[in-house]
Structure formats: structure tokens, C-alpha cells
Design a protein around this ligand. Structure first.
Ligand code: FAD
Ligand code: NAD
Length: 465
């Protein structure tokens, strides 16, 4: 039996960041990973999806130049070798996961490859990690659970060759002629749009009354418009019944009970993810739960002393940057530093076309809280940089308190707005007021000028609209 101060189960962004920070702080740390270092995010999530989205965008751009391009550019008929695209994507994943391995080593973290099983709050067994491939027992003072989440499967549509999870959709051996996507959330829209741009006939089914039901309607409208221009058919308020006998189509039912069939050589099911709580003895700790997630307090402490949990395992929002921030904090807490997880904002970015960013409170959320607010929107139609990028659909919106102009939230939709999330989060964390942003010189010509203009407009001083 080996012993350590900190034992981390799971080497995703939550677990590996906690391990690196713990190593920096001199805490003896063992990280156990049964799959691949980097977890969902680096291997089958954030990074591979953004790589595929980029490749699809480039291909779509070339195809648009092959038609009538207002830019005066013309190209011959472009083609794509999807196997090479996937190999390029895999190369990025490999570079990043090797980098994580090197950082863990550099910071003195011992990495054990194998699946961990919890014996009790201070003991874990790792399969095949001991001598001669035998299980290895490790005792620890602190146990950090960072086991992430897994895809939700729909009854009647089990994952297989025809029905794909996001993991399978990120590594196509070849492209299907048609793809039906179930779920118009993050994954369904990001990957559905990418497949459409790669030339696949895509249709999307959503149970709720509109796409991206978690975002406000003004933000999802430009995305719906782009889906229309791509020729993606969207079926909201529809229920999936299953595959047609013999395959080739997905059977749906609308809210009136009418059945239709969508042509679908393949189906991507993207109806959410659930915390990974089964199969490794977690239940033996009898931790307090919140639904399917492990309940934690504002220090990521579970209901058992010195057992911590972070990331997707602790529920929504299931985002890599939240997992990383929690992991960083837990390592510092174990080192004795006073820390709490009380961010002003956890920005959310949807990498659709156009992209959507939400940081802090929306007008509705602020109103629900009872805040008396100002809000202002600046459209990209009035932004020079957006015009030069041929992408004027979208806007930046700011929400602030009426009395002292403290900024409460930002929302944006438009091409490239994911990069504005940094400015949004910084202004919220630093407690900026409208006057701070309005009085900051923003470089010209940039999309960021729309951020300044939104603040100016909220103050009744817009210059360019
Ligand atoms: P994970 O990354 O899931 O890592 C958990 C790790 O624990 C895994 O490596 C697993 O193998 C390991 N593990 C589990 N059980 C055991 C055990 N018993 N023993 C040993 N090891 C174990 N988020 C964003 O912020 N931005 C995005 O753009 C984004 N895009 C995404 C795209 C897709 C297609 C998907 C699926 C997700 C995306 N996410 C995105 C979400 C993001 O990937 C997760 O929020 C993030 O990976 C969660 O980190 P984590 O450390 O909690 O868990
Ligand atoms: P999601 O929660 O974003 O969307 C799921 C969608 O499926 C919802 O719109 C829901 O109404 C719909 N739905 C549920 N059951 C259905 C059914 N039976 N039929 C039709 N529609 C149904 O979930 P996701 O897209 O699977 O993504 C999972 C998680 O991964 C996200 O919540 C997010 O935390 C993370 N993620 C983040 C990013 C990003 O940050 N850009 C990208 C991808 C994934």
C-alpha cells in the first residue's frame, strides 16, 4: 500500500489542474486516470469539437467562393479528405495531452494509469497499477473526485454504428449522406452545423419550443437564421420515436401527435450529459447528492471530511473552465490558503455560427433577482470590423444596475465573439461600471468596439448608432 497527501481520481481539466497546482504548492499528489489524460475536454470534447468546427468552416468558406463570391475570389471545386481532417485533429489532441503529461511530471505529480475504485474516504484501489499488473492500494489524507460526466443515452436509440454519441461524431471514418441530430443544445448545434458545412444533409430535432432553449431568444435568432441558410431543417417541439424499421430514417412525433420521418443515415444523440457516479464505488461513501451530482459547498467540500469534488461530477454548468477553476482552488485550500468558489461569472460560449457568449446576468435573470436595471444593445451592423469580416449579424448587450451603473452581465452573438468573453468576465470580476468600459480606449477596428459602444449606449451616449 502506497500513501500520499492528495489523491485525485480523474485527469480531466478539473483533476489535472488541481494536480499541477498541488505539485507547485509542494503537496505530495497522485493522479489516477483510467482513460486518457486531459479527460473529456482534450480528448473528446472542447478541443476536438473546435478543431472539427474550424475545418468545416474553412471547407464551407471555400465552397462559398466556388459560387459567386463578392470578394472577387474564385476557386475550383474544393474537396475534403475527412480521414486527414480527423488525423489533423488527433495531432492537436496528442500535442495537448502530451503537454499535460509533461506538466504533471515537471510539477512532481505521480500519475497512475488505471481505473480507481473507492474503498473508503481515505483508501482507493487502482486496477493494474501495482506490480505484475495487480491492483494497487493507496491511502490518502485528501481524496479529490474529478471523474467528470458521460453522455446520456436515449431509450430506444442506443449508441452503436448508426446512433452516434458526440465522441463517435468527432472521429468520423467517412461522412454520412444525412445526419439527424437529437438535441439542439451545445453539442447538437456545434456539431450539427459543422457536419452541415462538411456537406452532410443535417436535420435537428429538439423537444423544447426553440433551439438553444437555455439562451434567450434574441441570442439564438441569428443562429437559427444561419441554420436556415445552410439548409438545416429544424424540428422543435418534436418527440423522437426511434429508428424506422430497417434503418435509414428517424421517426418523430410532433406536439399534435402527427408522425414524420427524417432521412438519417446516422443519428447523433446530444441530449445532455450526466455526472459520472457509477462503477467506482462512489456510492459506498454515501455522500450528499444534488440530483445525480455530488453536492459540494463553496469550497468544493463534499459531505465527508477531506473528500472533495469538482467539475462535471458536481453538476451544472458542465464547463471545462469551471472544472479548472475549482481544481485550482481545492489544491490551494489543501495547502492551507483561504479560498472560496464565488466567481462573479462563469462565462458560457456556444461555438455555433455565429457564436454566442453569456457572462453574468441576462436582463431576465437580473429582473428575476429584483434588480432595477439598464440594458443596451449595440448591433454588429454598425461595426466596421464586422463588415470587413462579412459578418454583421449579431450584437453585444450589456446589463447594469440603474442606480450605480455596476455591470451585471454581458451577452453577445456574432462571428468571433467567443474572444470577447475575456473582456466580459474581467469587467464583471473587477466590478466595472458602465463608465469604466465606456471610458476605456478600444482598438479600432475591432469587434471589441461594440463592447464600448454598448456601454456608451447604456449611458445614453452611443457614438456610432
Ligand atoms: P472530464 O473531462 O470528464 O474528466 C474526467 C476524467 O476522469 C476522465 O478522463 C475519465 O477517464 C476519468 N475517470 C473517471 N472515472 C475514473 C475512475 N474511476 N478511475 C480513473 N479515472 C477515472 N466545455 C467548455 O468549457 N467548452 C467547450 O467548448 C466544451 N465543448 C465540449 C464539447 C463536447 C463534445 C463535450 C462532450 C464536452 C464539451 N465541454 C466543453 C465540456 C467539458 O469537456 C467538460 O466540462 C470538462 O471536460 C469537465 O472536466 P472534468 O475534469 O470535470 O471531467
Ligand atoms: P445540452 O443540455 O446543451 O442540450 C441538450 C438539448 O437536448 C436541450 O436543448 C434539450 O432540450 C434537448 N433534449 C433533451 N432530451 C431530448 C429529447 N428526448 N428529444 C429531443 N431533444 C431533447 O446538452 P449537450 O448538447 O448534450 O451538451 C452536454 C454538455 O456539454 C453541455 O450542457 C455543456 O455543459 C457541455 N458542452 C459545452 C460546450 C461549450 O461550452 N461550447 C460545447 C459542448 C458541450
Amino acid at each position: 500500500m502506497q500513501s500520499t497527501t492528495l489523491l485525485i481520481i480523474g485527469g480531466g481539466p478539473g483533476g489535472y489542474v488541481a494536480a499541477i497546482r498541488a505539485g507547485q504548492l509542494g503537496i505530495p499528489t497522485i493522479l489516477v486516470e483510467g482513460g486518457q489524460l486531459g479527460g473529456t475536454c482534450l480528448n473528446v470534447g472542447c478541443i476536438p469539437s473546435k478543431a472539427l468546427i474550424h475545418a468545416a468552416e474553412e471547407f464551407d468558406k471555400l465552397r462559398s467562393y466556388a459560387g459567386d463570391s463578392g470578394l472577387g475570389i474564385s476557386v475550383d471545386k474544393p474537396s475534403i479528405d475527412i480521414a486527414r481532417t480527423v488525423a489533423w485533429k488527433d495531432g492537436i489532441v496528442k500535442r495537448l495531452t502530451s503537454g499535460v503529461e509533461a506538466l504533471l511530471k515537471k510539477n512532481g505529480v505521480q500519475v497512475l494509469r488505471g481505473w480507481a475504485r473507492i474503498i473508503d474516504g481515505k483508501t482507493v484501489e487502482v486496477d493494474a497499477a501495482g506490480k505484475d499488473g495487480k491492483p494497487l492500494r493507496i491511502g490518502c489524507e485528501h481524496l479529490l473526485l474529478a471523474t467528470g460526466s458521460q453522455e446520456i443515452e436515449l431509450p430506444g436509440l442506443p449508441f452503436g454504428e448508426t446512433v452516434l454519441s458526440s465522441t463517435q461524431a468527432l472521429a468520423p471514418a467517412s461522412l454520412p449522406a444525412s445526419l439527424a441530430v437529437v438535441g439542439a443544445g451545445y453539442i447538437g448545434l456545434e456539431l450539427g452545423m459543422a457536419y452541415s458545412k462538411l456537406g452532410v444533409k443535417v436535420s435537428i430535432v429538439e423537444a423544447q419550443e426553440r433551439i438553444l432553449p437555455a439562451y434567450d431568444a434574441a441570442l439564438s435568432k441569428p443562429v437559427q437564421a444561419r441554420l436556415d441558410s445552410l439548409g438545416v431543417s429544424v424540428h422543435v417541439k418534436h418527440r423522437v420515436l426511434g429508428m424506422k424499421d430497417g434503418g435509414g430514417a428517424l421517426r418523430l412525433e410532433d406536439s399534435g401527435g402527427k408522425e414524420i420521418e427524417l432521412p438519417a443515415e446516422q443519428v447523433l444523440v446530444a441530449v445532455g450529459r450526466r455526472p459520472r457516479t457509477d462503477g467506482y464505488g462512489l456510492e459506498s461513501l454515501m455522500l450528499d447528492m444534488e440530483g445525480r451530482a455530488v453536492r459540494v459547498d463553496d469550497r468544493c467540500r463534499t459531505s465527508m471530511r477531506n473528500v472533495w469534488a469538482i467539475g462535471d461530477l458536481t453538476g451544472e454548468p458542465m464547463l471545462a473552465h469551471r472544472a479548472m477553476a475549482q481544481g485550482h482552488m481545492v489544491a490551494e485550500l489543501i495547502s492551507g490558503a483561504p479560498r472560496r468558489f464565488v466567481p462573479m461569472a462563469i462565462p458560457a460560449v456556444c461555438f455555433t455560427d455565429p457564436e454566442i457568449v453569456v457572462a453574468g446576468l441576462t436582463p431576465e435573470a437580473a429582473a428575476r433577482r429584483g434588480d432595477d436595471i439598464l440594458q443596451a444593445t449595440f448591433p454588429f451592423t454598425a461595426n466596421g470590423r464586422a463588415m470587413t469580416l462579412e459578418s454583421t449579424d449579431g450584437f453585444v448587450r450589456v446589463v447594469a444596475r440603474k442606480d450605480n451603473h455596476l455591470i451585471l452581465g454581458w451577452q453577445a452573438v456574432g462571428r468571433g465573439v467567443s474572444e470577447l468573453s475575456t473582456a466580459f468576465s474581467q469587467s464583471l470580476e473587477m466590478g466595472a461600471c458602465l463608465e469604466d468600459v465606456a471610458g476605456t480606449i478600444h482598438a479600432h477596428p475591432t469587434l471589441g468596439e461594440a463592447v464600448q459602444e454598448a456601454a456608451l449606449r447604456a449611458l445614453g451616449q452611443a457614438l456610432h448608432a
